[in-house]
Ligand binder design. Structure first.
Ligand code: 7TS
Length: 417
């Protein structure tokens, strides 16, 4: 271990990671006789007490259906649901609450856009995605291609896992209708130059959907500065509940799009002669929604903002650099994903040891990581590996967590030697 392991950098001294960790009750437990070291945050993050309490309070005190009852509880539930929408709007720096659609997660947000915005796509239209997309930003577009005859084009990545802007430029054409790009890759950690990607798409007359599932917990977002047409995120990856996510869309686009699902709440009037759809955002929120979801998500956003988005990012940045330093000293370890700009993901393979075995041995040490293809099989194909081991960081991880990871990996090598 290098001497750097013993001297905490400046940010670690001012950022009280142990106090933050204490706000997450689940992290206080032992697993297989060891203190839990949770490094599977790209799969899902743990929830602070503030989020758990918000959910409990909602169900214990305010639960009712929204937008319908005249009674007190319905009024309270509706108010909290709509306050959560305003909190998400502010978090994304969107212009208007009507541009915020609550969905199940990033996956549903992308499917909504592919289904509804894609309704006008025709044979010969083109959709561009990158090699490093999560399956959820590939398969809905493939399904749209099957339905419409549109063609999917793929931007390659280089050996470091960087998006190749020149190759992208070559793929853009007047036929391009949509560009789907991940803001931060879940399998490589690469942070993509989305602003430039969007500007170039717009210059070619195409629209852009940015998959922000992994970026949302790690950097300040600003959909207006990016000028993105659509942006999706998942609440559970940013300390909120599962089953709630957000689709941001520019108002004029959402206005022009047909509903995704039909049912209650998405209509103004229904008759067998003519049904009139509701205004935004309700046009896209058919049926009783996951009311507690946005309420929990707002609590998560409030919590992140109280800690400070920039401070979280700085802490995680230092931790990633420290983790890279420690892993570089492990014999036979190859990092998968070495882009110049990346965040929170340590993806790697160990010579001669299957990632699944790494994950199993680390688990016995109380260390949770993810192994597998991370729903990014084209990335695995690009690197010629069936799977990687992935440790992913969150605001509550500390230097001791990545030190435990490095120790666990040395132990894994011993077991297999
Ligand atoms: N986009 C990215 C970049 C993701 O990482 C994920 C989930 C999704 C979309 C889909 O999100 P969902 O909430 O709708 O499922 N990624 C992962 C992961 O890396 N490990 O487990 C899930």
């Amino acid at each position: 271990m290098t001497s750097a392991a013993h001297t905490a950098p400046a940010n670690e001294q001012t950022y009280d990671v142990h106090r933050i960790k204490a706000d997450f009750p689940i992290l206080a437990q032992q697993v297989h006789g060891h203190p839990l070291v949770y490094l599977d945050n790209a799969a899902t993050t743990q929830k602070p007490r503030a989020v758990i309490s918000a959910l409990e309070h909602y169900y214990a005190a305010d639960n009712a259906n929204i937008h319908r009852g005249v009674h007190e509880l319905s009024g309270r539930a509706t108010k909290q649901y709509e306050e959560a929408r305003a909190a998400v709007r502010a978090f994304l720096n969107a212009a208007d609450d009507r541009e915020i659609i609550f969905v199940r997660g990033a996956t549903e947000g992308i499917n909504l856009v592919a289904d509804s915005f894609g309704r006008s796509f025709r044979a010969g239209d083109e959709i561009i995605v990158s090699t490093m997309e999560h399956h959820s930003n590939i398969v809905p577009w493939q399904m749209l291609c099957e339905r419409s005859g549109a063609v999917l084009k793929v931007v390659p990545i280089d050996d470091d896992g960087e998006f190749l802007m020149d190759e992208y430029e070559k793929l853009l054409s007047p036929r391009t209708r949509m560009v789907g790009i991940v803001h931060q890759s879940n399998s490589l950690g690469t942070v993509n130059p989305v602003k430039e990607t969007i500007a170039r798409a717009h210059a070619a007359g195409a629209r852009v959907l940015v998959d922000g599932a992994q970026a949302a917990p790690h950097q300040r977002l600003d959909v207006r500065a990016l000028d993105t047409d659509f942006y999706v995120l998942s609440g559970h990856k940013m300390y909120g509940p599962t089953g709630i996510g957000v689709l941001y869309g520019k108002r004029e686009l959402l206005e022009s799009m047909p509903p995704y699902q039909g049912g209650g709440d998405m209509i103004l009037s229904v008759s067998f002669e003519k049904t009139v759809y509701n205004k935004l955002p309700y046009k896209f929120e058919a049926g009783t929604p996951h009311i507690a979801g946005p309420i929990g998500l707002k609590a998560a956003i409030d919590y992140m903002q109280a800690v400070g988005l920039e401070r979280i990012a700085a802490h995680e940045h230092e931790l990633l650099a420290y983790g890279c330093e420690l892993l570089a000293e492990i014999p036979g370890l190859r990092m998968i994903g070495t882009a110049a700009v990346r965040s929170s993901v340590l993806s790697f393979v160990l010579e001669g040891i299957h990632p699944h075995d790494i994950g199993t041995i680390l688990d016995r040490e109380g260390i949770a990581i993810r192994t597998g293809h991370h729903c990014a099989q084209p990335v695995m194909a690009r690197y010629g590996v069936p799977a990687t081991a992935r440790a992913s960081l969150a605001m509550y991880n500390s230097r001791s967590d990545v030190e435990a990871l490095a120790r666990g990996l040395r132990k894994t090598i011993e077991v297999f030697s």
